[in-house]
Design a protein around this ligand. Structure first.
Ligand code: AMP
Length: 194
């Protein structure tokens, strides 16, 4: 079976609690241990660097995609298997999605939220049918998950859409679950409509 290519979205900062870097390390390690590929934003800053370095150390191939304008700010990682330097953020996000079989958001800030919600809405609109995970490390996303339930209760979001998001606080269990779901995605990607 073809190795799974997992796209990880995460903070360009490390966060306050060391729990988050530990979770990022664990995800990178799991990707390498399983012989999978990591696709991510291509930087060395914050949790991005942690997940990439852990994946490389565990033997994963790592594909980074970064816009030219962010090479300095996010410290473009020159030790990756592939580093794609693209012109725009839209090219970055499309290439990351095309190269991935599943998506996983770790703790992060608004860049991470945007990437998670975008790939989730792309699924709602039928542009892909790949699994999407949210690592709720140390309850970081509890408040957001509460708001999503509120949105559903208020009739702005279908229960099925909410249920599509695979949520777990345990990195190993979540990577395992995404690996089981990824081969079930059969619809061809069609990001050209976006
Ligand atoms: P943050 O979670 O804010 O630390 O950002 C994490 C990653 O998301 C970084 O690689 C940012 O470059 C990226 N990012 C920031 N803004 C956006 C955006 N509008 N769309 C997609 N990614 C973004």
């Amino acid at each position: 079976m073809k190795p799974i290519s997992l796209c990880v979205y995460c903070g360009s900062r490390p966060g306050v609690s060391p729990v988050h870097a530990e979770a990022a390390r664990s995800v990178g390690h799991e990707i390498g241990r399983r012989g999978w590929q990591l696709v991510y934003g291509g930087g060395r800053a914050g949790l991005m660097g942690v997940v990439a370095d852990a994946a490389l150390a565990a033997g994963a191939t790592v594909v980074g995609v970064i816009p030219t304008s962010l090479m300095d700010r996010e410290l473009g990682h020159i030790g990756l298997t592939e580093l794609h330097v693209v012109d725009t953020m839209h090219q970055r996000k499309t290439l990351m999605a095309e190269r991935s079989d599943a998506f996983l958001a770790l703790p992060g800030g608004i860049g991470t939220f945007e990437e998670l919600f975008e790939v989730w809405t792309w699924r709602q609109l039928g542009y892909h049918d790949k699994p999407i995970g949210l690592l709720n490390a140390a309850g970081y996303y509890d408040a957001m998950l509460g708001f999503l339930r509120h949105s559903e209760a208020q009739g702005f979001m279908a229960a099925e859409q909410n249920a599509l998001l695979q949520v777990d606080s345990d990195p190993v269990a979540l990577v395992e679950r995404l690996g089981a779901l990824a081969p079930l995605a059969t619809a061809p990607d069609d990001y050209r409509q976006i």
